[in-house]
Design a protein around this ligand. Structure first.
Ligand code: AMP
Length: 422
């Protein structure tokens, strides 16, 4: 029989890597907490309509990447391809805005997109999302960027560069759209099939197309920044001024339109050279119209998503993988020693100390080998002689020094020896 393998584009995060993920998550939640964000946990399955209406019918995600199915009651459901729509849904559904429209949330979890799998691109991937609701000010956008920069710095990512752009608003974007379509009219034959279609559905996305012919054709395309209305212009100027005042170096990228329809005004991405082709580790922007699109009041909002998988790859590349081991391994030789030691193991584990032992009667040599393989810091040896003397030997695996440990007070003594080592 052939063995069953995981689905293409879906990967396992094995314990060595998972330990790194835990430490990244810990740093991230500390940073998010310091900036005033609180956690919200949401379902990974939502009604398809939520994503169709928010992300946009004519986007790659909704057109061809969603995992959608009809459940037994006939409802059309989708595994979430992103988190923002669901966070907005929850905020509206629970009428949180009625008590206090200003909310700062974060959520961490898996997203699903049926993209072509490659390095840094998976079909189940993880994101850390942060959203600020109820604040239209550009300072909210800047706060998100500062928070990203701070988090990446703390994780040792030194070459993170924010790219920023403004997409304007429903008042000024149509002018740009028209100018762009006029510009493209003379270059139709150079555009890929997707971009020819995007002219009808979402022409701004053509600026973001990665096909070399399309990039070439749009090289001298009009810049969106020239078309911003006075309000959008001032919003973007304040954003840049605030980044300057903080000494954060950024790049204005006129092509940064992002793949979702709901953005307005600010968009941003954090890029790093460590990632190769998939250079964006995080992306986000303002989506002032989304609440209304989803049937809620007119409340501004802004947010970002960090690609957890990509972040973990960068952080892992920056440091050697160290596998932590138990603080102590109990090498109990023979049934009597095992029976005596087992309660100590449980007591140590329950007091929060990583201790381990072999539940089989193996020779001292093979137990020492096992302790070494686990990376144990110390080994408590209890054989016949030790039982007779009521004193075990605690061996330091690095220095090979041994100290006696009274078996009547084994747990207390072990705790003292392990604690003394920090
Ligand atoms: P998006 O939701 O498309 O704005 O993406 C935000 C971030 O999520 C990107 O900058 C990536 O780091 C990450 N990301 C998006 N799609 C994938 C994917 N298929 N696999 C891994 N990471 C992804």
């Amino acid at each position: 029989m052939t063995s069953i393998r995981s689905i293409k584009g879906f990967k396992d995060i094995l314990p060595g890597e998972a330990a790194l993920w835990q430490s990244i998550e810990k740093t991230a939640t500390e940073v998010l907490g310091a900036f005033g964000f609180r956690e919200i946990r949401l379902p990974i399955l939502e009604k398809t309509e939520l994503f169709a209406r928010s992300i946009g019918e004519a986007t790659d995600i909704v057109e061809k990447e969603m995992y959608t199915f009809t459940d037994r009651s006939g409802d059309l459901l989708t595994l979430r391809p992103e988190a923002t729509a669901a966070v907005v849904r929850a905020y509206l559904q629970h009428k949180i805005y009625a008590q206090d429209p200003v909310q700062k949330y974060y959520t961490i979890g898996p997203m699903f997109r049926r993209e072509r799998p490659q390095k840094g691109r998976y079909r189940q991937f993880y994101q850390i999302n942060a959203e600020i609701f109820g604040v239209g000010s550009p300072y909210a956008d800047v706060q998100l960027i500062v928070m990203l920069v701070d988090l990446l710095e703390r994780l040792g990512v030194t070459d993170a560069q924010p790219h920023v752009n403004s997409l304007g608003c429903p008042a000024c974007r149509p002018d740009f759209r028209r100018a762009l379509l006029d510009f493209l009219a003379a270059r139709e034959e150079r555009l890929c099939a997707d971009c020819l279609r995007r002219r009808e559905t979402n022409p701004l996305r053509i600026l973001d197309c990665k096909v070399p012919g399309c990039r070439e054709a749009t090289r001298d395309a009009p810049a969106l920044s020239r078309f911003l209305c006075a309000e959008c212009r001032s919003h973007f100027d304040i954003l840049q001024g605030a980044l300057d005042a903080l000494g954060i170096a950024y790049l204005i990228d006129n092509r940064l339109v992002r793949g979702l329809d709901y953005y307005s005004r600010t968009t941003f991405e954090i890029q790093t050279s460590a990632l190769g082709a998939q250079s964006a580790v995080a992306g986000g922007g303002r989506y002032d119209g989304l609440m209304k699109t989803l049937g809620g009041p007119d409340i501004p909002a802004t947010g970002f998503a960090i690609g957890f998988d990509r972040l973990a790859e960068i952080v892992a590349a920056g440091k050697g993988t160290e596998t932590p081991g138990p603080l102590v391994f109990i090498a109990a030789l023979g049934a009597e020693a095992q029976a005596r030691a087992f309660p100590w193991l449980a007591a140590l584990n329950r007091s929060g100390i990583w201790a381990d032992m072999l539940f089989e009667d193996k020779s001292l040599k093979s137990q020492m080998k096992r302790a070494g393989k686990l990376g144990a810091r110390k080994v408590l040896i209890i054989g016949e002689n030790e039982l007779a003397a009521n004193t075990g030997q605690l061996r330091d695996m690095t220095t090979r020094e041994q100290v006696p440990v009274s078996l009547d007070r084994a747990v207390e003594e072990l705790r003292r020896h392990l604690g003394a080592d920090g």
